[in-house]
Ligand binder design. Structure first.
Ligand code: FAD
Ligand code: MG
Length: 346
């Protein structure tokens, strides 16, 4: 159970007026009826609030989340990911969902020069980030595990995945973003007019809030994660953050180690970024990029953004500076004393 995620969820709830317990509904007129549900899945707390339609849309959304967890979890035996990991180098047939996420993972790996590498799983496990039994591995052990990290060796042919024997993958860096996209799609198809969801702090919205105002989303302060750092206002967007305050521990050497690994050296990524938030149309892309930007560091992340600019981002550096892109400048409210500046386009 990840308590940090719970705090993020509460923060998102406070700012987006996004509260409720399982199966609750509030009704004044049918156009304004809202329904909310909290659940625990994918080792994190999730919350879904929909407007319009009826509560069956939430049942469908929850089924969608459970179904995706059963396909995508590296720890559920029989899931697509488990079957790939135990495939011994043989081709494995997977669902459309798993294939779509792996396709994006390989694409983003290539776009970011391997900053996102879903085959870093053996290292994530070795550091104890999957179990909570944290340890600093020996350099020898890191070197030997690094030899089996290389997303370019994943072969995806249609829905058939082949991973060399001895390699392992985990889609945790981008699967919740994909899940958000699918939850929104499911809510739409099942009659909701609008919704705001938080999947372990990944916030995503569709439709208009009944009062006509924009959805307001808070981003945590990575230095004091119980506090919000800023708010932004969004339309139908995903807001997805990777931070160094999640799944972290202090080693015997007094240093803090966190769960996002730099595939270049096998250590927690320490390239100057402590929080990377991506704001865009598609949860899958935002989630993949949030992890990759964290690994890239400020310069690399800004370079990547300048070459695309179809999304916005907020980066926080380890020397307490905030950098954000011009697309969110009008709605960005800094709640801290950290200096915040707009990233120049060139
Ligand atoms: P993100 O930045 O989006 O992702 C970071 C995560 O990606 C890390 O925790 C690590 O798993 C992985 N990673 C680290 N470095 C890299 C890199 N350079 N490239 C690619 N990936 C990297 N957690 C559990 O402890 N137990 C569970 O049973 C469990 N089940 C899950 C099932 C599903 C379907 C999903 C999607 C997640 C599950 N998780 C589980 C959580 C998961 O392991 C991650 O901790 C979580 O997805 C991290 O999300 P984030 O938004 O905090 O960070
Ligand atoms: Mg991510």
């Amino acid at each position: 159970m990840n308590l940090n995620k719970f705090f993020i969820l509460i923060a998102a709830a406070a700012v987006t007026s996004f509260t409720g317990c399982k199966g609750s509904s509030s009704a004044d007129t049918s156009a304004q009826r809202s329904f909310s549900r909290d659940l625990f899945a994918m080792d994190t707390y999730m919350s879904v609030r929909s407007y319009g339609g009826d509560e069956s849309a939430l049942d469908s959304a929850e089924n969608c989340i459970r179904d995706l967890e059963n396909k995508l979890s590296a720890t559920i035996s029989g899931s697509d990911v488990s079957r790939i990991n135990s495939g011994g180098g043989k081709p494995v047939e997977v669902s459309d969902d798993t294939a779509a996420i792996i396709r994006k993972a390989v694409e983003t790996g290539s776009l970011t020069g391997g900053a996102l590498d879903v085959t870093a799983y053996p290292l994530v496990r070795e550091w104890g980030f999957t179990t909570g039994s944290y340890k600093i591995p020996s350099q020898e052990r890191i070197d030997s595990l690094l030899a089996s990290v290389d997303y370019r060796k994943i072969v995806l042919n249609g829905n058939t995945v082949t991973l060399p024997d001895g390699m392992l993958l985990d889609l945790g860096a981008l699967a919740k973003g994909y899940t958000g996209d699918k939850v929104i799609e499911t809510l739409r198809e099942n009659g909701a007019d609008a919704a705001i969801i938080s999947l372990g702090g990944n916030v995503q919205a569709f439709g208009e809030k009944p009062d006509g105002s924009a959805w307001k989303v808070a981003v945590r302060d990575p230095f004091t994660p119980d506090n919000d750092m800023c708010t932004i206002e969004i339309g139908e967007k995903a807001v997805i953050t990777s931070g160094n305050y999640e799944r972290c521990f202090t080693g015997d050497d007094g240093k803090v180690y966190w769960h996002i690994i730099d595939p270049a050296d096998g250590f927690p990524a320490d390239n100057g970024i402590v929080s990377a938030t991506i704001i865009g149309d598609e949860g899958l892309t935002c989630d993949a990029l949030s992890t990759a930007m964290f690994v890239e560091g400020l310069e690399g992340a800004c370079e990547l953004w300048k070459n695309d600019r179809s999304y916005d981002m907020i980066l926080v550096t380890d020397d307490s500076r905030i950098f954000y892109t011009e697309g969110i400048a009008d709605s960005f409210t800094n709640l801290t004393s950290m200096p915040a500046e707009v990233i120049p386009v060139d």
